[in-house]
Design a protein around this ligand. Sequence first.
Ligand code: ZN
Length: 291
Amino acid sequence: MTLIDLIRQKKGAKLLNQKGECNFGGWLCCPKCQTFLEEIRMENNLKVCPFCDHHLRLTALERIKLISDEESFTEKFPNIESLDPLDFEDTKKYKERLTEAKKTSGLKDAVITGCAKLDKRPFALAAMDFQFIGGSLGSVVGEKLTRLIEEAIMDRLPLIIVSQSGGARMQESIFSLMQMAKVSQAIKRFHEAGLFYISVLTDPTMGGVTASFASLGDLILAEPGALIGFAGSRVIEQTMRQKLPADAQKAEFQLRHGMLDMIVHRKQMKQCIKTLFTHFLGAYETDTNSD
Ligand SMILES: [Zn+2]
């Protein structure tokens, strides 16, 4: 049977490896409707499935491109890298995991931070990347976010953090958990300075990220269908001995229960942020001496 026959019969799932990834170069399999999709077409469609509207994950760089003016992004603190203070080893040494993650993602850690412009208005931007050890919150992520927030306070810039994370980085133990308090403190000072923070939650936003900076936005937006929660649903069910609703921990459930302000389709995200900036900060007048 050819690949095309399999696509016609929508038996895409059989062509996936154990991690659920497509085994054929140039093709993706939609995790929701299992339809095979050409990678290039999906990139042109912002990685939104044309059949079921499922939002596939974007990389941090794709995310930055999505919500900022072309070529307006300047990266900050690109060279901070994780150490291994606990000399941690589970099924693999943490040092080896870091080396692998750097190779596969092309990143030095799970967040890219910097300054970008949207409709010429400058803002501080951080985008997390699930490819790097599940987008986990380690000491580098915490440090880069804190430095970005501190600079945003000094320069009086609005802030956007796009979260995409499985939670705290267990290989760094307490050093990882400390980042929740550190970044939250920085955001408190940011709020006290009267500045504006939009938190964007994408699939997945879990654990210590949900429990700290991702939930501290003046406005909290999410993408449709994104998994958002603290502990995984299996852990909750085992602890509570109760069955959770089928859509528990989905963005739509969290919106109904007051955890989010809006769910925004990826294709409307840029326009939505522009409107929110104008609404909350006023029209941006560019200085005649600058651009
Ligand atoms: Zn689909």
